[in-house]
Ligand binder design. Sequence first.
Ligand code: UGA
Length: 453
Amino acid sequence: MQVTIIGSGYVGLTTGVALAYLGHQVTLLDKNPAVVSALVKGSCTIYEYGMDELMQSARHNISFTTSFAGIGSSRVILIAVGTPPKSSGDADLGFVENAVAQIAGHLDGTNYPVIVNKSTVPPGTASRVKTLVNNILLGKGIYSGVKVASNPEFLREGTAFLDALYPDRIIIGAEDRSTTEVLIELYNPIIKQSFTAPACLPRPKGYAGPVLFATNPLNAELIKYASNAFLAMKISFINEFAGLAELLNADIVDVAYGMGLDSRIGDKFLRAGVGWGGSCFGKDARAILYTAQKYGYSLPLVQAAIEVNDRQKKLVTSKIRSSLKTIPGSTIGIIGLAFKPGTDDCRETPATDLISELLNMGAFIKVYDPMAMENYQKQNPGLPVEYAADLADLAAGCDALVLLTEWEQFKNADWQSLRQLMKKNVFIDGRNLFDPRVMDELGFVYHGVGRRV
Ligand code: UGA
């Protein structure tokens, strides 16, 4: 099937490469010539596990362009442009609207591709997009039969290809059966699991394909927001109980495990820590709060999830303060800058607030991340921190280490030797990566989140 994807950011690029891998003819369109020329040269703008292998296998099925010419011959157009937050919290649909205007400007009435919103957009956007396209086409004297669908993505950074090839669900929000069928055809290799699994991403044991749920566009749009808000709330919930567990001398890791054994609750997204970050949860929670407010309604649980998350970041700072006694003049090593492992993405990473607070208190900050240092430095030019070459370089002379991203390689490092490089022995584990008893035996003054040694 001929597919054009507008926007070669995170969602567009991973979706495009996955669809091309499945055998579709994919054109990735981005307005930024630098992004397109980098992709043409085979260099990727983002890091994602599996990208090289999938891109290599799919290279004959994928092309890159900045031009909308010829877009009308696509069977499906996926819009995957950014929807950044406005200061009100509302999602800014400027990029979506520009893309739609360009698409409509290039349609001539001979072929109507299905226009699909993949970007996370406020409920009602599909119908807004349809009106926009139809108005532009009417202006050209074309009475249009354009169909607009919502097909939200549920890709997690770091496991985006796993989620794309082996999803739990595919949500198709279309206004009629024939539009749904076009999207079923698009995802058929995934639905039937008829593709050969890439070597780097073997089919998970027992995986039998996704559940396909066809609904209307409005419901699909709301499913996306409700899902992200629910996941954010789940994390905030366990973080809220982590604070109580600490006071009671209980262990939140055991509590979460015990809760997760109930299949109604489930064991996922119950890892207490420094709070959620990334470009999605906070932005989407605020956007749906704004939507509710527009209708004179409130979402107190979503509001509380944000408040608990903000408080959680502060709790980690106060943990550092209470274990170090004095912060001014102390050297603190931050382990992990990415908002989670498996990515170099530092958007809304908990590291940012924490580092700025510690700098304000007069600490000297060293940082290390195996993948995200370059991005972090680019996003925070001139930040007075020392970028360490590796964990040993980071630990040397530190009064405290604070782990914020649970990269697997951190778990396997030689902490005994690292401990000896430090000036003092405080270790704040903001992700509960380590066994408190082991860290205690290694001579650290160890603090996890919601657990005692
Ligand atoms: C999230 C959703 O999980 C995806 O389904 C969705 O498609 C995506 O947003 C999006 O809307 O585009 P992502 O932000 O990539 O994906 O990352 P997550 O794995 O959900 O993690 C988000 C944050 O929550 C991270 O900072 C992570 O460290 C934190 N987290 C996650 C916890 O603190 N505890 C947990 O138990 C799980």
